[in-house]
Design a protein around this ligand. Structure first.
Ligand code: ZN
Length: 197
C-alpha cells in the first residue's frame, strides 16, 4: 500500500525518533509499504518519520544512482547496484574524511535541491529486517544516502544544513510546500493545507 509522504512543516519531521523492538506491530507489512511508497515516488531512500511514524527505521535503494557511471568508479557503481537495505535502530559509529558537497533532494521537500556538505566515510551498526545486528562501512554516495536518511530519524532535514542566506532564499518555497501549493505526482500530506468544508 502506498502511504502519503509527510511534507515539510509537519512536526513529525523535526522530532527525534525512538528505537523499536522486534515485536513492533506489523513490522514486515510496514516495511513492504515503505518500499512501495519509495518506489512509487522514485526516491532512493525513505525514513519512517516521512510517513508519519517517529521510529528509528529507514530504507534505501540506491540502484538508480548506479546508472550514473560517468560520475563514479566502476567499483562504486557496482556497490550501489546492490545497496538496497532496511536499517532499524541504526547508529553511526564513525564518520571521517574531508566534507564534500552533493546536491541533495528530499521526498518531503519536492522541487528543492541544494548542495549539502557531509563527511565521505562512515561505519554504521543496525538491525536488519530479521533483527540481526549488522555493521557496514560506507563511502561516497552510499554514505550520503545513509546520512540523509539518518538525519530524518534525528529530526533533521537537509535544509537545516544550509547557510542562513540559502535558508532565506528558499523560505517562500518551503512555506508553499507546507500549504500544499505545489505540483507533485505522488501522494503527500501537507501540514498547513486548508481543509475543504
Ligand atoms: Zn529526505
Amino acid at each position: 500500500m502506498i502511504l502519503p509522504i509527510v511534507a515539510y512543516g509537519d512536526p513529525v519531521l523535526k522530532k527525534k525518533a525512538t528505537d523499536i523492538t522486534k515485536d513492533y506491530p506489523k513490522l514486515k507489512e510496514l516495511i513492504a509499504n515503505m518500499y512501495e511508497t519509495m518506489y512509487g515516488s522514485f526516491g532512493v531512500g525513505l525514513a519512517a518519520p516521512q510517513i508519519g511514524l517517529s521510529i528509528r527505521m529507514f530504507i534505501v535503494d540506491a540502484t538508480p544512482f548506479a546508472d550514473d557511471e560517468e560520475v563514479m568508479s566502476k567499483a562504486e557503481s557496482d556497490f550501489l547496484k546492490s545497496f538496497k537495505h532496511t536499517f532499524i535502530n541504526p547508529v553511526i559509529l564513525e564518520e571521517s574524511g574531508d566534507e564534500w558537497a552533493f546536491n541533495e533532494g528530499c521526498l518531503s521537500i519536492p522541487d528543492v535541491r541544494e548542495d549539502v556538505f557531509r563527511k565521505p566515510n562512515i561505519k554504521v551498526e543496525y538491525f536488519d529486517e530479521d533483527f540481526n545486528k549488522q555493521t557496514m562501512t560506507l563511502d561516497g554516495l552510499a554514505a550520503r544516502v545513509f546520512q540523509h536518511e539518518y538525519d530524518h530519524i534525528e529530526g533533521i532535514l537537509f535544509t537545516d544544513h544550509l547557510s542562513a542566506l540559502k535558508k532565506r532564499l528558499i523560505k517562500g518555497k518551503l512555506t508553499n510546500i507546507s500549504k500544499g501549493k505545489i505540483n507533485v505526482d505522488y501522494r503527500m500530506k501537507f501540514p498547513l493545507m486548508k481543509k475543504k468544508r
